[in-house]
Ligand binder design. Structure first.
Ligand SMILES: Nc1ncnc2c1ncn2[C@@H]1O[C@H](COP(=O)(O)OP(=O)(O)OP(=O)(O)O)[C@@H](O)[C@H]1O
Ligand SMILES: [Mg+2]
Length: 319
């Protein structure tokens, strides 16, 4: 069973540049959460802070009653074993073939025999569809294959917490669909706590239990998928529906003139909320909630046509 991560009042700066401040959210144990936000809002910095690679100026990250931002180096080393992380750039060792790259965390963190390692690595390689490429160097394969090798490596230690930074960037649409199914199936199987950074609106709308949006140096919103997909809050609405009209401009915030030019333009209605992606084998995810439950509990009527299919509105563009 995954563990809960409780982030309280977290603030991160580099020199005088505040990346985000006062971020408070709880990643519920065993649930899938997605973090969205315009490029440069600090999503990757957030993931790196969660694993203790970057130190925040203020705030706490509570995991199993320990504040990861305050523990000593050797405790941090222990806590890191809870995590499986896929960094945005894949971060494979260029001089090691895929097999050795994927085996690396097992050799580093466990005393398993090479035979045991071979079986685990083989299983993960199959999971991400890289059979036959074990002997290749990262420089000899495509970007999408490197991404999948990074995924396999993130999973070898059977982590309780899985952080994926844009696992779907550079993947073709079919592989993205497979990846999303893999995430849901994995979550059902191992019930780890997932946080996925993505720019793919279709993924954000159909995969997670919770969605967060980082914007303009703060966390604009974090909550159940249905809450954000029925939200009329301008930034959330604009981002989750991939629209040009709204407060977000090409270089983050629109200026007053741009906003004035838009005033009076009618926003298209909110598209229907799609059904959440189900497991492929009918296994039940304990954290999956019945469609429409959040709206019923909170007196919010979802947009017309919601929960009729898993396909989001047609023509939904990538951000
Ligand atoms: N080690 C660092 N030192 C100084 N500044 C940094 C460092 N890492 C990131 N930044 C800055 O922090 C900001 C947020 O970067 P980050 O990579 O987290 O954005 P992002 O939301 O992941 O963007 P994208 O969607 O393009 O991946 C950027 O302005 C970046 O230049
Ligand atoms: Mg990033």
């Amino acid at each position: 069973m995954g563990v809960e991560i409780r982030v309280e009042g977290l603030t991160k700066s580099f020199g005088s540049q505040v990346i985000w401040s006062d971020v408070t959210l709880t990643l519920p144990a065993g649930e899938i959460s997605v973090m969205l936000g315009p490029s440069g809002t600090g999503k990757s910095v957030f993931l790196k802070t969660l694993v203790g690679l970057l130190k925040p100026e203020r705030g706490a990250i509570w995991i199993n009653d320990r504040d990861l931002t305050k523990v000593r180096e050797h405790q941090l080393y222990e806590m890191r074993k809870l995590f499986g992380v896929l960094f945005q750039d894949g971060a494979l060792f260029g001089s090691m073939n895929l097999y050795d790259n994927i085996a690396f965390p097992l050799r580093e963190h466990t005393k398993k025999t090479e035979a045991a390692i071979r079986s685990i690595v083989g299983e993960k390689i199959e999971l991400v569809g890289l059979q036959g490429a074990e002997g290749k160097l990262p420089g000899e394969i495509s970007g999408g294959m490197r991404k999948r090798a990074g995924l396999a490596r993130a999973l070898v230690l059977d982590p309780e917490i899985i952080l994926f930074d844009e696992p779907d960037s550079g993947l073709d649409p079919v592989r993205t669909a497979y990846l999303n199914q893999l995430i849901v199936d994995l979550n059902a199987q191992i019930q780890a706590t997932f946080l996925i950074v993505t720019h793919d609106i279709n993924t954000a709308r159909t995969v997670p239990d919770n969605i967060g949006l980082l914007y303009h140096r703060h966390l604009a919103m974090f909550g159940p998928r249905e809450m954000l997909l029925s939200s009329e809050e301008p930034v959330v609405r604009q981002f989750l529906n991939a629209q040009r009209i709204g407060p977000i401009g090409m270089s983050e915030e629109k200026d007053a003139d741009e906003l004035a030019a838009e005033s009076g333009q009618e926003l298209p209605p909110l598209p229907p909320i799609p059904l959440q992606l189900d497991t492929s084998n009918g296994m039940v995810r304990p954290s999956a909630r019945p469609a429409g439950e959040w709206g019923r509990a909170n007196g919010v009527t979802p947009p017309p046509g919601s929960f009729q299919s898993a396909n989001p509105a047609h023509g939904m563009a990538k951000t």
